[in-house]
Design a protein. Structure first.
Ligand SMILES: Cc1cc2nc3c(=O)[nH]c(=O)nc-3n(C[C@H](O)[C@H](O)[C@H](O)COP(=O)(O)O)c2cc1C
Ligand code: SF4
Ligand code: SF4
Ligand code: SF4
Ligand code: FES
Lengths: 430, 770
């Protein structure tokens, strides 16, 4: 367990959300250093060297993404994805609510590095406090000369605006986010072109996750070697994991990548509640397949989790214990995707609706054995055929639950209901 | 060029081509819903899944661009299962009410399900319920349950037309297509979404429950309502035209129609449609009426020779009919007094006439007095298409009113009414001061100053005119001298310069091709001869002269003076009391024939139905008269209006290069000037279906001009006077209209009681609130 936090510094410093406290604790020092000591390209090189990967879910190398921006003289945008709506993931929320200046500082450094002249924070609609904290922090940063014209007396200028979403998970997908930011219906765009080439208002755009950007101030302060000293070669550095479920201390934990899942659950989160055992773990937010109890030693880095059959995703680690009905849990999660499907493409729109109905029917005891094959086949007709990753995301838990917990589904059919007596809506939240 | 293999066949296509189009080139059909070439890829429906070697997943053929050496398979177990899956998904919430659907039998959901779909459904859950037969506007209905959410309709309106009146509402499986704010869609182009919709979700309200593919007949046709002559198909059932659809022509036409054309097919069934002959106010048999007219003709010809007879053609006749009439006039009657009913005084020489291909290549478009949205709507869409492909398209409006729009933005150069050709010539003089033709043109304009246009604007305009790589000019035909100015411009530029005439009648080029004079002067001459007693019998075909001719007095005195006025048509003309014999004619869709559009392009329209009652095509009339006059016409050799060399275009003719000085305009005009112009809702034949959409207050005037009349922000009626004549005009107060201008659709409200120019206006009491 790290004694000192780098991303969750709010845990160590009381009141760091206020600019005086932030400044008093080395706040905006990294920015001064970046503007003074580095040319933008040197910062990009540093991020490349650090091996920092996107924390929004896909884990794409951040330095490489910045390098895709074409050098064609058009003005560039930096957009920060703060739409965090993946069930089980709540790390960005803490970052923006408790330590907004860290994000603002990270944005200014990243914008300077990518030569962006306008930046936006797209904040999830439901994050009322987060949006207020951000707006206040942005205003303070303007007042203190960190934003606006000629930042800290340099010739670099940046405008930063906070934009609130209207409550759609799909607007976390970067191209749907850009549509929404432009005031349009939040549907994903066709790629290519990628945002780096044609993003916001058609201009070259970098989209990064909140946590990704929050890595910038410590990275500038401590240097890339510090970053690569943690984690693995391909997955270096720090990651915030959101742990939920029947653990003693659910919450966010900043871990060096490649920390074993078992350590996260047993040490960071204090272990399971008394009398509970792990039934399965969703390690990377609701969109990824289950890990089974015999896989608890999996190191939490991008490659190892993939090797174990799942994904690190956004780091939302949902621990399902022995009292959870897998049918109910699966039905809830699939229903989430049904509700959040944007409706653009056929398999996701219709398939998530169909699967939800069948799952709920099984859950309520109206299922047939043939429904299990039907579910698997409907899932197969969705898999790899959707316009954006949301469709596939709806299948992660379902497909692995059907594989590992088929007996629970069969029992629901045989018993005409849940053998555990679990009821709708209280299956996950014990 | 990129070489790839599709289903084992090799094909070479340009870079950037999507697999679906490369496949089409090989004749390999990939099923699609959301993709449409005019709209580009979207990737929504996932119907077009194909297998591409080395790609881990199935790819959508509409969004995947070809690459060198690519190997594509459009069938096989994975593709077949993928397609089956997509179709099954599309059907789970589909109401399966094909037996009562207008598109049953012409639906891509039915077709693809039959070809690729699952044998049966596995879905047992309740279906989502949505709106059925909800109105988009009075012409278009939506059945949201049948919608496959391909977004063609939404994207067509938003991206292609540029009028965002349809949208997606709701999310996921609850998503529906509806109108903005749930208000009726008002665009001129809404009907196209019916053709675009691949399923039975968007339906034609007037066609609703009227026909099924097995009890209708479809014929290729051409829309008769304006000079665009859009390619169309008519649907007939039991002798009635009950629908018109667009007819795409590969590499040439998308098959768009405007709503005025698409839904205005019912004019043949207008309650006033002529179906019986009327002689001297009394209904008569066809035989007696024809004989009577033959006797009048004989009397006149015996006394005066052919000179005593004048022919005027208008309306919606075919080129062949005009030709038959011309031969009758020349060979049986012996007259060359053959004119076309014109509303505008201008004429465009064939040699300057461009085609829609020019629009596809244009970098600069000049609108001379004509806003295509209101005069030739589908040309507006063609310009939109060009704008989408070439965003730098420069659009310049030149006229007394702004002619550009939000959907076709550009620069408006406002000039006093009647001074467009002067403005153009002055701009040319600024750019080509040394040219002798230009010097001749502006020779008398030394003292002249164009009101409201700065010298700088003229210089800029001149630069645009010279700089344009491919110049297209739309011309309303109002100022006859414009043709000469355009001729000089075309010679000066040495780069493509194409003029598209937006004036009517729709088939005037056809009448010209058949031997009628298209010149306004010749029409006036015929009317004057009638007024002066030289022409004793005036034979009018399809024209409604009291409405169409700009000087109503001349027509009235001609009608009063002639001994016999014979009018053929499909609806009674104005001033029926003057008419000695009213003969019912055959309408569009009732005769086979050729129409020549504003591109000088010949297009054939088939006949789909029979004319009603005694209504007959012109050929029947002229044959009967010729026999009665003992000079039967010989039709052994059929006339082919198509030229062997120029194909479906009229043969090219050199542009006359005669140049004279433009005259100084009359002294400054008064405080209010009447300007009239073509307006699509009021040109062509009247339709009952269209009534709910025809603007009731089409006149336009600046709000400040009518502020004291109590309708500054509203609509209402105003009195317009000139000398002793007065008319009442229904106007909308429109801030776009410059002060001092009253614009009224040509021919409406009796505008031709007045001469275009200075008028006075005053309020009339009744006011209508919006
Ligand atoms: C359905 C869906 C939802 C997403 N939601 C988020 C989100 O809430 N926050 C986020 O940072 N990335 C989200 N992403 C990933 C973004 O598309 C994008 O990859 C990310 O913002 C890039 O930032 P990064 O490279 O810093 O991770 C989502 C992706 C999908 C497909
Ligand atoms: S998979 Fe398709 S329907 Fe689902 S969210 Fe993405 S684009 Fe929308
Ligand atoms: S109404 Fe028709 S065209 Fe429009 S989205 Fe639905 S299926 Fe497509
Ligand atoms: S533009 Fe003219 S020809 Fe075309 S559909 Fe409309 S009215 Fe008919
Ligand atoms: S046609 Fe290709 S996705 Fe719709």
């Amino acid at each position: 367990m790290s004694a000192q936090h780098y991303l969750l510094r709010n845990r160590d410093v009381e009141g760091i959300d206020r600019i005086e406290v932030y400044e008093a604790n080395r706040g905006y020092a990294a920015l001064r250093q970046a503007l003074k000591d580095y040319q933008p390209d040197e910062l990009v090189a540093m991020v490349k060297k650090s091996g920092l990967r996107g924390r929004g879910g896909a884990g794409f190398p951040t330095g490489m993404k910045w390098g895709f921006l074409p050098n064609d003289g058009r003005s560039r945008y930096l957009v920060v994805n703060s739409d965090e709506a993946e069930p089980g993931t709540f790390k960005d929320r803490e970052l923006i609510e408790e330590n907004p200046h860290q994000l603002v500082e990270g944005i200014i450094i990243s914008s300077y590095a990518t030569r962006a002249s306008e930046a936006y924070i797209y904040c999830r609609g439901e994050f009322l406090r987060g949006a207020e904290q951000l707006k206040r922090a942005v205003k303070e940063a303007y007042d203190h000369g960190y934003l606006g014209k000629n930042i800290l007396g340099t010739d670099y200028s940046l405008e930063l605006k906070v934009y609130r979403g209207a409550g759609a998970y799909i607007c976390g997908e970067e191209s749907a986010l850009l549509e929404s930011l432009e005031g349009k219906r939040g549907n994903p765009r066709l790629k290519p072109p990628f945002p780096a080439v044609a993003g916001l208002y058609g201009g070259p755009t970098v989209v990064n996750n909140v946590e990704t950007i929050c890595n910038l101030p410590p990275l500038v302060t401590y240097g890339p070697e510090w970053y690569t000293s943690m984690g693995t070669e391909k997955s270096p550095g720090l990651k915030i994991m959101s742990v939920s479920g029947a653990v003693k201390r659910p919450g966010n934990y900043e871990i060096p990548l490649a920390t074993p899942l078992r350590t996260l659950i047993e040490e960071y989160a204090g272990g399971m509640l008394p009398g509970r055992t792990v039934k399965a773990v969703i390690p990377g937010g609701s969109s990824v397949p289950l890990l089974m109890p015999d896989q608890l030693d999996t190191p939490l880095d991008y490659e190892s989790v993939v090797k174990a059959g799942s994904m690190l995703g956004s780091g939302g680690c949902i621990v399902l214990d022995d009292r959870v009905c897998m049918v109910g849990a699966t039905a809830r999660l699939v229903k989430f995707y049904r509700e959040e499907s944007c409706g653009k493409c056929t398999p996701c729109r219709e398939g998530t609706y169909w699967m939800t109905d069948v799952l709920e029917r099984i859950e309520y005891g109206q299922g047939q054995l043939s429904d299990l094959d039907l579910l698997a086949d409907v899932a197969d007709n969705i898999a790899g055929k959707c316009f954006c990753p949301l469709g596939d995301a709806s299948l992660g838990v379902l497909v692995s639950a059907l594989k590992h917990f088929r007996h629970e589904f069969e029992a629901h059919v045989a018993d005409h209901g849940c053998p555990m007596g679990a009821r709708l809506y209280d299956t996950v939240n014990h | 060029m990129i070489r790839l293999t599709i289903d084992g066949q090799e094909v070479t296509v340009p870079q950037g081509t999507m697999i679906v189009d490369a496949a089409a080139k090989l004749g390999v059909d990939v099923p699609i819903y959301c993709y449409h070439q005019a709209l580009g890829p979207l990737g929504a429906c996932r119907m077009c899944l194909v297998e591409v070697e080395k790609m881990p997943k199935l790819a959508t053929a509409c969004t995947t661009a070809v690459s060198e050496g690519m190997v594509v398979r459009t069938s096989g177990p994975a593709v077949d299962k993928g397609r089956r899956g997509v179709l099954e998904f599309l059907l789970i919430n589909h109401p399966l009410d094909c037996p009562v659907c207008d598109k049953g039998g012409e639906c891509f959901l039915q077709d693809y399900t039959f070809e690729y779909g699952p044998g049966g459904g596995r879905f047992q859950e309740p279906k989502i319920e949505k709106v059925k037969d909800g109105p988009i506007n009075p012409f278009v209905l939506i059945d949201q349950e049948r919608c496959v959410l391909c977004q063609r309709c939404v994207r067509f309106m938003r991206e292609y037309v540029g009028e965002e009146q349809l949208l997606l509402e709701g999310r996921g499986v609850e998503t529906v297509v509806t109108t903005v704010e749930h208000e009726p869609a008002t665009s001129q182009f809404t009907g196209n979404v019916i053709d675009l919709c691949p399923v039975g979700a968007l339906l034609s309200a007037p066609y609703h429950h009227k026909g099924r593919p097995w009890n209708i007949e479809r014929e290729e046709s051409v829309c008769p309502h304006c000079p665009v002559g859009c390619t169309s198909k008519i649907t007939a059932r039991e002798g009635h035209v009950i629908r018109m659809e667009g007819r795409p022509i590969p590499d040439r036409e998308w098959g768009w129609l405007c709503d005025r054309g698409r839904f205005g097919y019912d004019f043949g069934y207008h309650p006033d449609r002529l179906a019986t002959s009327i002689v001297k106010g009394k209904e008569n048999t066809a035989a007696q009426a024809t004989r009577q007219v033959a006797e009048w003709l004989k009397t006149v010809v015996d006394q005066e020779g052919g000179r005593g007879v004048g022919f005027i053609i208008g309306g919606g006749h075919t080129t062949e009919e005009a030709y038959q009439l011309r031969r009758f006039a020349a060979e049986v009657i012996g007259t060359d007094q053959l004119a076309i009913s014109r509303t505008e005084a201008g004429y465009l020489p064939r040699g300057l006439n461009g085609t829609f291909d020019d629009v596809k290549q244009a970098d600069t478009v000049v609108l001379l007095g004509s806003d295509p949205y209101d005069t030739v709507p589908v040309v507006h869409l063609k310009l939109r298409d060009r704008l989408l492909h070439y965003p730098a398209l420069r659009v310049i409006g030149l006229g007394p009113l702004p002619l550009t729009r939000d959907t076709l933005p550009g620069l408006d150069v406002l000039v006093p009414p009647g001074q467009e050709s002067l403005a153009l010539a002055l701009a040319m003089a600024a750019q080509w001061p040394q040219n002798s033709d230009v010097q001749t043109l502006v020779g008398s304009l030394k003292e002249f100053e164009l009101q409201g246009v700065t010298a700088q604007t003229l210089v800029q305009l001149g630069q645009y005119l010279q700089g344009a790589e491919h110049l297209v000019l739309l011309w309303d035909g109002k100022e006859p001298e414009m043709a000469m100015v355009l001729g000089v411009l075309a010679r000066l530029r040495e780069k493509p310069t194409a003029v598209l005439p937006t004036f009517g009648p729709a088939n005037w080029r056809g009448y010209e091709h058949a031997g009628f004079s298209p010149r306004f002067e010749d029409l006036t001459a015929v009317l004057e001869k009638a007024r002066d007693g030289e022409i004793k019998i005036l034979m009018v075909f399809g024209a409604d002269l009291l409405r169409e001719y700009p000087n109503r007095q001349l027509v009235e005195s001609a009608f009063n003076q002639v001994e016999y006025l014979v009018v053929e048509g499909i609806l009674p003309p104005q001033g029926a009391q003057h008419v000695d014999a009213l003969l019912p004619g055959a309408a569009w869709a009732e005769v086979y024939g050729t129409y020549i559009n504003m591109e000088a392009r010949l297009q054939v329209a088939m006949a789909g139905v029979q004319p009603p009652g005694q209504a007959r095509p012109i050929k029947t009339y002229v044959n009967t008269w010729a026999r009665m006059l003992m000079k039967p016409l010989n039709w052994d050799e059929e006339w082919d209006p198509f030229d062997d060399d120029s194909g479906d275009l009229l043969p090219f003719e050199p542009v006359p290069d005669h140049v004279v000085a433009l005259a100084m305009p009359p002294e400054a005009v008064g405080p209010m000037t009447l300007v009239t112009g073509a307006f699509i809702w009021e040109s062509g034949q009247p339709s009952e279906i269209l009534v709910p959409r025809v603007p009731q207050f089409p006149g336009r005037i600046n709000p400040a001009e009518v502020k004291d009349m109590g309708l500054s922000t509203k609509r209402g009626h105003i009195m317009v006077s000139q000398g002793s004549e007065s008319i009442v005009v229904a106007v909308t107060a429109d801030p776009q209209v410059p002060k001092g201008i009253l614009w009224v659709p040509q021919g409406l409200f009796g505008t031709n009681h007045l001469i275009e120019g200075t008028v006075t206006i005053s309020g009339v009491t009744e006011e209508v609130t919006v």
